[in-house]
Design a protein around this ligand. Structure first.
Ligand SMILES: *[C@@H]1O[C@H](CO)[C@@H](O)[C@H](O)[C@H]1NC(C)=O
Ligand SMILES: *[C@@H]1O[C@H](CO)[C@@H](O)[C@H](O)[C@H]1NC(C)=O
Ligand SMILES: *[C@@H]1O[C@H](CO)[C@@H](O)[C@H](O)[C@H]1NC(C)=O
Ligand SMILES: *[C@@H]1O[C@H](CO)[C@@H](O)[C@H](O)[C@H]1NC(C)=O
Ligand SMILES: *[C@@H]1O[C@H](CO)[C@@H](O)[C@H](O)[C@H]1NC(C)=O
Ligand SMILES: *[C@@H]1O[C@H](CO)[C@@H](O)[C@H](O)[C@H]1NC(C)=O
Ligand SMILES: *[C@@H]1O[C@H](CO)[C@@H](O)[C@H](O)[C@H]1NC(C)=O
Ligand SMILES: *[C@@H]1O[C@H](CO)[C@@H](O)[C@H](O)[C@H]1NC(C)=O
Length: 417
């Protein structure tokens, strides 16, 4: 411990000495007698304190630099104003604090990964970060970010002890952000975020996490998992996929959402009783809903939904369920409810009129399971008995549902005998 303290003292002193340009040149000459490689722009892995010390005078880190090992406790890089290269600090069991308090811009990347003792990081001056990743830093609970990150490309925050995003989310647009497994993270508030160009993933942080995305207008992909509250009042489009799963909230109100470009998946939300997607008009991929065990009334959930370009696959305890605007499903359609009250007539009609294009159609509910499924199977069989070139593959696809339906029908007759 004494040894480590001495090293950090040495590091701190050096940074003071090296702060002056002239001293820097002299020291660099002294240190670098053999080659003229600039330590600030090398491609290297640094393990020893003396080697890491070479970075202390750097104002710009331009190299591909990996800092690792167990010799440094307080890593002081307080001369660094810019990272244009790729800097990674990883697999260090000794580093407790990181001082980058003059760093303003990361146009390359800064990745901190698997530093089990790292508790505090000073990024007081940081405003622009192209790629910033905090991964497996279980002690990391203090982040100083006075300015706030105003522009960001890719941000990953995984398995840290942070309780909120501090200034990490001051930007109004981002390409990719993944916040997962931060077990103390309760307040996930993006006060300015309007667009997400690639993906926003918020998964398995604190069970009580409160997510505020009220400024968000569109996201390419959005995943929300294990969250206690979600608010995204202004979200109008998810251009790619939207996944809402394993959450603890009772209601989802995405009342401005009109379009999901790819798949929409809503599953394993154990407490969900109310789902409001009443402006949603089109789903470009599949619609999948299951294991939302409390969801019984989704009568008005999909009021405006006209078209699903993929398959529809819904199962649950739905009592009331309707899609009054639906006029075309390009894939299969499967709706299974354990409730006897589910009314299949509107979907049967849609199917009869040929507006469900997939080969498989099932709408079933508890009591009349055999009627609907049998009808569905016979319709589907008719569909496949023509001599279309894809007869075989259609037959293959039908095989399982047909056997399944036959089994149920047989079981039913067996039961009433
Ligand atoms: C430090 O040195 C760099 C080039 O080596 C020069 O561009 C810069 O102006 C110097 N800064 C000061 C404060 O002298
Ligand atoms: C994390 O770092 C430790 C050394 O501190 C190392 O032993 C371990 O293998 C690393 N874990 C991973 C997943 O890289
Ligand atoms: C939603 O968007 C409108 C118009 O863009 C804006 O005035 C309003 O403040 C936003 N709501 C929230 C909660 O950010
Ligand atoms: C996503 O959809 C919104 C609203 O339709 C649109 O303004 C935006 O340009 C789309 N983004 C991408 C990346 O296609
Ligand atoms: C995000 O969505 C876009 C379409 O908007 C898609 O091309 C891309 O593959 C998606 N990315 C991920 C990681 O799902
Ligand atoms: C969603 O809307 C319902 C009905 O208007 C309301 O009771 C519920 O509190 C809303 N939920 C959220 C998270 O805003
Ligand atoms: C859905 O529920 C079933 C039965 O409880 C369970 O076996 C399955 O793992 C669940 N699926 C998901 C994705 O949670
Ligand atoms: C289903 O709708 C009927 C008629 O609107 C209503 O009386 C009943 O309470 C609803 N059931 C559920 C579980 O919401």
């Amino acid at each position: 411990m004494l040894y480590k303290s001495v090293i950090s003292l040495v590091l701190a002193t050096s940074s003071l000495v090296w702060a002056d340009n002239d001293t820097k040149t002299k020291t660099a000459k002294l240190k670098d007698t053999t080659t003229s490689i600039n330590p600030c722009s090398q491609r290297t892995t640094l393990r020893e304190a003396t080697a890491i010390q070479q970075l202390i005078a750097c104002e710009t880190l331009a190299g591909e630099i990996i800092i690792t090992g167990n010799e440094v406790v307080a890593l002081d890089l307080s001369q660094v104003e810019e990272i244009t290269g790729d800097v990674s600090i990883r697999n260090s069991p000794s580093i407790i604090s990181l001082n980058l308090n003059r760093l303003e811009t990361i146009s390359g990347s800064l990745v901190l990964n698997n530093n089990t003792q790292l508790t505090s990081i000073d990024l007081t001056s940081l405003t622009d970060a192209d790629n910033l990743q905090f991964i497996s830093l279980p002690a990391f609970s203090t982040l100083n970010l006075n300015q706030g990150v105003r522009t960001a490309g890719r941000v990953v925050l995984s398995d840290t002890a942070l309780e909120n995003l501090n200034g990490l989310a001051a930007f109004d647009t981002i390409d990719y952000m993944n916040i997962n497994n931060n077990k103390n993270m309760i307040n996930v508030a993006f006060s300015n975020l309007e667009t997400v160009k690639d993906s926003l993933i918020i998964s398995f942080n604190n069970d009580d996490a409160i997510v505020n995305l009220d400024s968000l207008k569109w996201a390419s992909n959005l995943t929300v998992q294990d969250v206690a509250e979600l608010s995204a009042q202004n979200l109008t489009a998810v251009n790619g996929s939207l996944q809402i799963s394993y959450n603890g909230f009772e209601s989802v109100n995405l009342t401005k959402l009109t379009n999901v470009g790819s798949s929409l998946q809503i599953f394993a939300n154990d407490a969900l009783i109310s789902l409001d997607l009443h402006r949603l008009e089109e789903i470009g991929g599949e619609l999948s809903m299951f294991n939302n065990t409390e969801l019984e009334d989704a009568q008005d959930s999909f009021e405006s939904l006209e078209r699903v370009r993929g398959a529809v696959s819904i199962s649950g305890n739905l009592v009331n369920f309707s899609m009054p605007s639906l006029n075309r499903v390009n894939g299969d359609f499967e709706l299974r409810s354990t409730s006897e009250d589910l009314d299949c007539s509107e979907f049967d009609e849609l199917h009869d009129e040929g507006n469900i294009e997939g080969h498989n159609y099932v709408c079933s509910h508890a009591e009349q399971l055999e009627t609907s499924t049998a009808q569905a199977t016979s319709d589907a069989t008719t569909g496949s008995s023509d001599t279309s070139p894809d007869k075989e593959s259609a037959g293959e696809r039908l095989f399982v549902p047909t056997i399944f339906a036959a089994g149920i029908v047989a079981g039913f007759f067996f039961a009433i005998m």
